[in-house]
Design a protein around this ligand. Structure first.
Ligand code: ATP
Length: 345
C-alpha cells in the first residue's frame, strides 16, 4: 500500500509559514514572537525572508521573488514592520505592495482593554475592519502645474461591497452586535457615498446585525468619549489607518495591538505599530503586539491550544505588573518580556 503523506498543518506536522523580520524594531519583536510561539507548543516551520530596506540594499528590490514565492507556498506570514520612505525618494511602500500582490483586502485589528494596563478607559472591546487595497493608497499622484499636485482617491463598488461583506461575516462569526461604517460622505459625496451605499446594501442582507453610520470626525469624538459603545468599525483605507492608532491609544498604545491582513487565499499577520526608529535596536520595544499577531496566526492555521495558552500567559504577565516594557510604565527589555512569558507558559 502506498504511504499517504500527511498534509502540512495537521497534528504533528509543523505548518509552514513565512517570517518577515522587517525593519527597525521588527527583528526584535518577531524574534520574541517566534520564541513564545515555540514555547507554547505552536508547530510552525518558519521560512525566513527579507523584504523592505534590508532586501532593497541586498538584492536591489524591496519585494524579492523569493519572498513572493514563499508566501505563495505557505499562504500565511508573520511580518515585522517595514520602513516606508517619506516623500519622493526610494521605493513605494512595501506594505501596500504586499497587500496588493496577495489581495489582502481586509485589515482586522482587535482593540481590547487588557488586564493590568492602566488607561483612561476600561471595558473596550472593538474590532477595526479596514479596507486594505484602495482609497488614497492607490499611489496615483501627479503634478498638474508647478505647485499644484493631485492625489487620486479610488473607491470601487467591488472592493466596498467585499469589505462590507467581510465585516458582516466577521460580526456573525464573532457574535458581534453592531457595525458602524465611518465616512466623510458629506464632503466626498461620490467616493465615500459609494462606500456607504455598498455598506447599506450589504447591511440589508444581514438584518440580525445592527448597522449605523458616523462621520469620521464625530466618530473620533465618540471613540474618545465612550469607546465601550463601539463593536465593529468598518472603514476605508485611510480613515482605518488613522482611527486604528486612535483606538490603540484607548487600550495602552501601539505596543499591545495586533493585526491581520486577510484575503481569500493568503493571510499576513502584523502589529499595528511601525518600525519605531526611535527605539530600534535598543531591546526596549514592547513585543506583545507582535506576539498577539502570532496568536492570531496560530488561530488562523487551526492551532487553537497554543494560541489560548499564550493569551492566558499574556494576561498573567500583565496582571503581575512586574515585567513590562517602558511604554506600559515598566523597565523590562523586549527579551525579558518574552523570557517571562515563556516561564509563565
Ligand atoms: P513608521 O514610519 O515605521 O510607521 P513611526 O515612528 O512613524 O514609524 P511607529 O513605529 O508606529 O511610527 O511609532 C510611533 C511611536 O510609538 C514611537 O514613539 C514608537 O517608539 C512607539 N512604538 C511603536 N511601537 C512600539 C512598541 N512595540 N513598543 C514600544 N513603543 C512603540
Amino acid at each position: 500500500m502506498k504511504a499517504r503523506r500527511r498534509p502540512a498543518g495537521r497534528r504533528g506536522a509543523p505548518r509552514p509559514a513565512t517570517l518577515i523580520p522587517g525593519d527597525g524594531i521588527g527583528p526584535e519583536v518577531t524574534d520574541a514572537a517566534v520564541r513564545v510561539i515555540a514555547a507554547a507548543g505552536g508547530r510552525i516551520a518558519w521560512d525566513v525572508q527579507i523584504a523592505g530596506k534590508a532586501a532593497f540594499e541586498k538584492v536591489g528590490t524591496a519585494i524579492p521573488d523569493a519572498l513572493v514565492a514563499s508566501i505563495r507556498r505557505t499562504r500565511v506570514g508573520l511580518k515585522g514592520p517595514l520602513e516606508t520612505q517619506i516623500g519622493r525618494v526610494g521605493y513605494r511602500s512595501v506594505n501596500v505592495a504586499l497587500r496588493k500582490t496577495f489581495d489582502l483586502y481586509a485589515n482586522v485589528r482587535p482593540i481590547k482593554s487588557l488586564p493590568g494596563v492602566r488607561t483612561a478607559f476600561s471595558g473596550v472591546d472593538l474590532i477595526v475592519v479596514r479596507e486594505n487595497t484602495e482609497d488614497l493608497y492607490s499611489g496615483i499622484e501627479h503634478q498638474i502645474a508647478p505647485g499644484v499636485v493631485e492625489s487620486v482617491k479610488v473607491i470601487t463598488a467591488r472592493a466596498s461591497r467585499r469589505i462590507a461583506r467581510f465585516a458582516f461575516d466577521l460580526a456573525r462569526r464573532e457574535k458581534r452586535r453592531k457595525i458602524v461604517a465611518i465616512h466623510k460622505a458629506n464632503i466626498m459625496k461620490l467616493s465615500d457615498g459609494l462606500f456607504l451605499s455598498c455598506a447599506r446594501e450589504v447591511a440589508k442582507k444581514h438584518p440580525r446585525t445592527r448597522y449605523g453610520e458616523l462621520i469620521v470626525d464625530n466618530a473620533c469624538l465618540q471613540l474618545v468619549r465612550r469607546p465601550q459603545d463601539f463593536d465593529v468599525l468598518l472603514l476605508e483605507n485611510l480613515y482605518g489607518d488613522i482611527v486604528s492608532d486612535l483606538c490603540a491609544g484607548l487600550v495602552g498604545g501601539l505596543g499591545v495591538v495586533p493585526g491581520a491582513n486577510l484575503g481569500t487565499r493568503y493571510a499576513i499577520f502584523e502589529a499595528v505599530h511601525g518600525t519605531a526608529p526611535d527605539i530600534a535596536g535598543k531591546n526596549m520595544a514592547n513585543p506583545l503586539a507582535a506576539i498577539l499577531s502570532g496568536v492570531m496566526l496560530l488561530r488562523h492555521v487551526g492551532q487553537r491550544r497554543p494560541a489560548d495558552r499564550i493569551d492566558r500567559a499574556v494576561t498573567r504577565l500583565l496582571r503581575e505588573r512586574r515585567t513590562r516594557t517602558r511604554d506600559l510604565g515598566g523597565t523590562a527589555t523586549t527579551s525579558a518580556v518574552a523570557d517571562r512569558l515563556i516561564a509563565l507558559l
